[in-house]
Write a protein that binds this ligand. Sequence first.
Ligand code: ATP
Ligand code: FE
Ligand code: MG
Length: 351
Amino acid sequence: PLILGIESTCDETGVGLVRGDDLLVDRTATSMDQYARYGGIIPEIASRAHLEAFVPTLDSALDEAGVSLGDVDAIAVSAGPGLVGSLTVGICAAKALALALDRPLYGVNHVIGHLAVDKLAEGPLPEHFIGLVVSGGHSNLLDVHDIATDVRELGGTLDDAAGEAFDKVGRLLGLPYPGGPHVDRLSQRGDREAIRFPRGLAAPKDRDRHAYDFSFSGLKTAVARYVEGARQCGEEVSAEDVCAAFSEAVNDSLTSKAVRACQDTGCGTIVIGGGFSANSRLRALIRERADAAGLTVRMPPLRFCTDNGAQIAAIGAELVRAGVAPSDPGFSPDSGMPLTQTWMAPRPVPA
Ligand code: ATP
Ligand code: FE
Ligand code: MG
């Protein structure tokens, strides 16, 4: 079956077409360039941009794939988590299409899509894997037995997400918004051991209760103190070294806990995903540590790390494969959709 995926959780308008594990097309428009002067996303601007971008993005995706709307067998759309205004645009468009074409509609979890997209690059997802989703809004470890029907949450960040922490450090260093990719680039030229920043939740008292949780806000404060302290002393701060040492602290936590989750659950594969999974140090360190522990690691190519429609179509394909019931046509966006919920299952009809 041909699945149409629609993404509009934040600033990217994405349309993807997937058949089984195969990607036909993935088209994205973004309003990110409009936020540089604000230093953050303005929800009202993002919603309007989705409204303008949706139809042209859909048309060009269909064109490129050489299919027509009538060929689509099912539709998947991000139902959350995300900005309600942005989500509403994609959901309304998806509902209209589903109604007009008389096709099933699945309201799906955007964050789970960051893991599902991996199958479009590397083939069917493994039977059981540990998912590490790291993005602007999330840093979570998931125990995934079936991405459609059995996703368990092992832990997550108690404060900032990894991407968010990178963006904040970027701002602190005067880098353009969003800072994540800039901090990554600078870190590649710095000395990871020049400064020793703290690892959150690594103390013995936290080791068991927060075995799979993360905390990055203390680290961010430590970076701020370091930079201020050095400036006050009139010392030159090496932004490269600060970025490298900061990145090392974040990625040390992410990768060591992902490996531990595999070992504790007897799972042999880690799948990473989300905007932050583009981070160069994360990709190198997870590879290194997984190899050392005899684990397989799968990571999406960089073009799939950014929010996209293909990730949403990929979940749609998994839901169709699992044979689950489509969402109720009246479902609403859920800005805080839980990660254990892959899609908006229909409410049971009262007896
Ligand atoms: P969520 O997926 O949790 O809803 P989101 O969709 O806003 O959140 P993504 O778009 O998946 O997040 O990821 C964007 C985040 O990834 C931003 O914080 C950005 O700075 C960060 N990011 C992107 N590339 C890199 C990189 N190379 N290194 C570090 N951070 C990066
Ligand atoms: Fe995302
Ligand atoms: Mg985004």
